[in-house]
Design a protein around this ligand. Structure first.
Ligand code: FES
Length: 66
């Protein structure tokens, strides 16, 4: 089992506190990350994908899991 924990923010992003690599699946390029935690967009509306830029709160994203 992995040591990485991904937390799901209510109506917001996926939060990753531990150091991880984020890699473009097609190119294999690693995305530059200068600090942790990182927040990965879950709403699809970020202007800085795959990272969250806070837009989820402006668009009223409903992140209900069920
Ligand atoms: S989850 Fe924050 S911009 Fe998408």
């Amino acid at each position: 089992m992995s040591d990485v924990t991904i937390k799901i923010a209510k109506n917001g992003p996926l939060l990753i506190s531990e150091e991880v690599e984020v890699v473009d699946m097609d190119s294999g390029d690693k995305l530059a990350i200068d600090k942790f935690p990182i927040a990965l967009c879950r709403c699809g509306q970020s202007g800085n994908k795959p990272f969250c830029d806070g837009t989820h709160s402006k668009v009223g994203f409903d992140g209900s899991l069920a």
